[in-house]
Design a protein around this ligand. Sequence first.
Ligand code: SF4
Ligand code: SF4
Length: 69
Amino acid sequence: MAMSRKIATIGKECVACGCCVRVCPKEALRIAWGISARVDPDKCVGCGKCAKVCPAAVIDLAERSAAAV
Ligand code: SF4
Ligand code: SF4
């Protein structure tokens, strides 16, 4: 059976405010080049805390198969 889990994905409208980076309990987020948040799929546990605080509402939690990450 294929395993799947949720992983945060960042939309391109991210304004690099850093709110998500501060709340992530797994340190899975960082701001890349001061432009956009990036998710480390190996660290993200899909808790959704980042999505709740994003003022631009650009974070989605998407199912990803384990094979794809
Ligand atoms: S879903 Fe949770 S673990 Fe994943 S990036 Fe967001 S805050 Fe971090
Ligand atoms: S909280 Fe939203 S807008 Fe701010 S850095 Fe994270 S993804 Fe980008």
